[in-house]
Write a protein that binds this ligand. Structure first.
Ligand code: ATP
Length: 236
């Protein structure tokens, strides 16, 4: 067996009668960069939110660092090193950049903002400005920085490239690879399937709430039938 930091078995998530996730199983090896790709509505956000304790799964089992966390609330998981960068960044526009970063370290004695400033000099320069004054790409860096302050062992990113210009997307993917190189395991959920598969070691293709395909990311990218069936509309 591999040394997995996260194991998800038979996860099901329902909203009333809508079954958004149906029996999904996957794992993130320790130190790995795994991506889950799929179209709008495939169930990606529901999976991330179930893992991070934001929503309760209907059934299934989620294990983090060998411990069952299936019904553990989000704030407890942050303390244990499992942190989410949410879809749409969700920075607090009317707080300063510094205040946003400090929120990421609410559970420690203020958090380690220095390392984040070293990684993102633009945030340091502007630390006293309101987060709402940042561009979309800078807000994404702030959202990632806020998660890094918590010193995660596992970071889950929900569509970090969404709505960003191609150059900024390059920057976001570069940062994600650096974070992984620094020893943090990463689960990256993306609609931008080709980019995500190029960055990841292993990939899962999600369709209608189920895992349709999985394998080494390079093999998924090289398989024309998968590209045609699931990734065909992607560009870049
Ligand atoms: P997106 O890229 O739009 O975020 P996704 O792959 O992340 O898509 P989910 O957001 O997990 O997918 O949604 C999966 C399905 O569950 C969709 O059919 C969606 O309409 C439905 N859904 C999501 N959240 C809710 C909710 N709170 N109440 C009812 N249905 C929901």
């Amino acid at each position: 067996m591999t040394d997995a930091i996260l194991t998800v078995e038979n996860l099901t998530v329902s909203y009333g009668r809508v079954q958004a996730v149906r029996g999904v199983s996957f794992e993130v090896p320790r130190g790995g960069l795994v991506t889950m790709v799929g179209a709008n509505g495939a169930g990606k956000t529901s999976i991330i939110n179930a893992v991070t304790g934001v929503i309760r799964p209907t059934s299934g089992r989620i294990t983090f660092e060998g411990v069952d966390i299936t019904r553990t609330p989000a704030h407890t998981l942050v303390r244990r090193g499992l942190v989410q960068v949410p879809e749409g960044r969700q920075v607090l526009a009317s707080l300063t950049i510094e205040e946003n970063l400090q929120l990421g370290g609410w559970h420690t004695s203020g958090g380690r903002t220095d390392e984040v400033y070293d990684r993102f000099p633009v945030l340091k320069e502007r630390r006293r400005l309101l987060a709402g004054s940042l561009s979309g790409g800078e807000q994404q860096m702030l959202a990632i920085g806020r998660a890094l302050v918590a010193e995660p062992s596992l970071m889950l990113l929900d569509e970090p490239s969404m709505g960003l210009a191609p150059k900024v997307v390059d920057e976001v993917f570069r940062v994600i690879k650096e974070i992984r190189a620094g020893g943090t395991s990463v689960l990256l959920v993306e609609q931008n399937a080709r980019r995500a598969l190029r960055a990841a070691d292993h990939g899962y293709v999600l369709a209608s709430g189920e895992v349709a395909q999985s394998g080494p990311a390079a093999e998924l990218l090289a398989d024309d039938s998968i590209v045609a069936a699931y990734l065909g509309l992607e560009t870049g």
